[in-house]
Ligand binder design. Structure first.
Ligand code: ADP
Ligand code: ADP
Ligand code: MG
Length: 495
């Protein structure tokens, strides 16, 4: 393996390219028209235009990708996350072109990509799953009976769901039928597959997942957990490793369950077994993501490993190289999005006019998708960067995250920077009292709205001065991000 093509864009393309280059291999980027001047294109050794603007025309276009592989003589591909990462037809294309797919086998992807099939498989194999049932062939009366058995509320979920889409909480029996129908409709529209199932709704849970890794010699290990309980719309925004709620005994138990899950599909490469964790310290399998996860850096920073390098080694047929991994640090990640939290987290498009990253530190890692002057377009996920910190303790990792986000200066598009800061400052967050409903339970959005309103009154003048300074002394200034954020977010969100 010498020439590795990255079939993705944004921060994850950059991140993968850097590991490819660090191993002395040639990194090849592919890009759509709007991405022609992207960081990924600049950092790759070679790049190939897929053409088109939308994902379907470019990063999801298998014919274009075939062309790119042949034209650049790539001998391996890395899919990153999202896009084609969990598509068995990409693996078929790789087989046909005799190119290595850096990821798991086709069978594992197919089995785990279907939430119904994977749940059945896990249940049979002895991995704890959320109590629930599959609806095929059941009469409406039987469904009601089974729901009453489980007890309300329940969650209606699409077999093919992903990215927080295709699930609905049902609180009352009278809504059950209409919720089932609307979930089926959404599943059909978003995933082209209307199969759904019902499971118990776990109240006040945490989301804790285990990173697993397998090689082609039958070895499978786990690399501890990540806690991803801070979510908006069932999508993660802040993640950390380790979780402050797990005892070492629980960690061991969950690790064993995750390894068992991976063994049931003979898993190779990096994967993640997601669990929902109850206030009573029980855990249930949610799904397995058969790819590198967005939040993989907190595992890397906590354990001092490079998961992409290991994926490449394993894809070359080598044995797992990780040994005696001991957590060196507590690591935290914040996803910086071009979005307006106060407008229902709506993506915010436009040109990034000013962007000053925090000064570099040995405890700070920023996985960047953009640079100053880049455009955030409506075509793709609006994530701008991931800010990752580490510390001796969780508290230190949080303090450092606050410091880093305070130093960051970005305007031109609305971001969630100020919202993240507000969230990180919540006492309950700092004390580690987390749940997937944290934002609602602690009125974080309302608090942010109020804070923004008062910051705007006093901050407008400093904000303007800050912008002016930032434009003159890029890289070395301290600024009030509240005023900067207040300035740009306020303008946008008032309109
Ligand atoms: P993770 O736990 O890694 O965030 P998700 O399943 O939520 O896992 O999705 C990972 C990434 O893949 C998302 O950030 C998103 O960019 C992309 N993604 C997932 N599902 C979809 C989808 N249905 N359509 C487009 N992108 C998706
Ligand atoms: P996706 O494929 O979209 O990532 P998941 O099944 O992993 O879907 O669930 C995403 C999130 O939705 C979880 O992290 C959790 O917050 C919430 N969730 C999923 N299933 C349940 C459930 N049974 N009870 C409560 N919350 C749930
Ligand atoms: Mg999930």
């Amino acid at each position: 393996m010498k020439r590795v093509m990255v079939l993705n864009r944004g921060e994850i393309a950059n991140r993968i390219i850097s590991s490819i280059k660090s191993m002395g291999l040639l990194a090849i980027a592919v890009y759509s028209d709007p991405d022609r001047n992207s960081l990924a294109v600049k950092s790759a050794d070679l790049s190939y235009p897929l053409g088109g603007e939308s994902s379907t025309e470019s990063y999801l276009n298998l014919e274009k990708i075939r062309e790119a592989i042949q034209a650049t003589k790539a001998d391996a591909v890395h899919p990153g996350y999202g896009f084609l990462s969990e598509r068995s037809d990409l693996i078929e294309l790789c087989d046909e072109l005799d190119v290595v797919f850096i990821g798991p086998g086709k069978e594992a992807i197919l089995k785990m990509g279907d939430k119904i099939e994977s749940k059945q498989l896990m249940e049979k194999g002895g991995v704890p799953v959320v109590p629930g049932f599959f609806m095929d062939g059941l009469t409406p009366e039987k469904i009601v009976e089974k729901v009453e058995e489980i007890g309300l509320p329940v969650m209606v979920k699409a077999a093919a769901g992903g990215g927080g889409k295709g699930m609905r909480k049902v609180d009352q029996l009278k809504d059950l039928q209409s919720d089932i129908e609307s979930c089926q409709r959404e599943a059909k529209n978003s995933f082209g597959d209307e199969r759904i199932f019902i499971e118990k709704y776990i109240e006040n849970p945490r989301h804790i997942e285990i990173q697993v890794f397998g090689d082609s010699h039958g070895n499978i290990m786990h690399l501890n957990e990540r806690e991803c309980s801070i979510q908006r719309r069932n999508q993660k925004i802040v993640e950390e490793a380790p979780s402050c709620v797990l005892s070492s005994q629980k960690r061991e138990e969950m690790g064993k369950a995750a390894i068992l899950a991976a063994q049931l599909v003979s898993y190779q490469s990096a994967g993640t077994v997601e669990f929902i964790y109850t206030p009573e310290d029980e855990f249930y399998f949610l799904e397995m993501n058969t790819r590198l996860q967005v939040e993989h850096p907190v595992t890397e920073e906590s354990l001092g490993v490079d998961l992409v390098q290991e994926q490449i080694r394993v894809a070359r047929g080598e044995e797992l190289s990780f040994q005696d991994l001991v957590p060196e640090a507590h690591s935290m990640e914040c996803r910086l999005y071009a979005e307006a939290p106060l407008e229902n987290y709506q993506p915010s498009c436009g040109k990034i006019l000013k962007l000053v990253w925090p000064r570099s530190k040995d405890w700070l890692r920023i996985d960047k998708g953009v640079e100053e002057g880049d455009e955030v377009t409506p075509f793709y996920d609006p994530m701008i960067a991931k800010v990752i910190t580490k510390g001796k303790t969780r508290v230190q990792a949080i303090e450092r995250m606050i410091q880093a986000l305070e130093e960051l200066v970005l305007f031109g598009v609305t971001t969630n920077q100020g919202f993240l800061l507000h969230l990180l400052r919540q006492p309950a967050f700092q004390e580690g009292r987390l749940s997937t409903h944290f934002l609602d339970q602690h009125g974080v959005l309302d608090g942010y709205r109020n804070r923004l309103a008062s910051a705007q009154d006093e901050g407008l003048a400093t904000g303007l001065a800050g912008c002016f300074l930032a434009s003159r002394t890029s890289g070395s200034i301290h600024n009030s991000p509240y005023s900067i954020q207040g300035l740009n977010a306020g303008k946008k969100e008032q309109s």
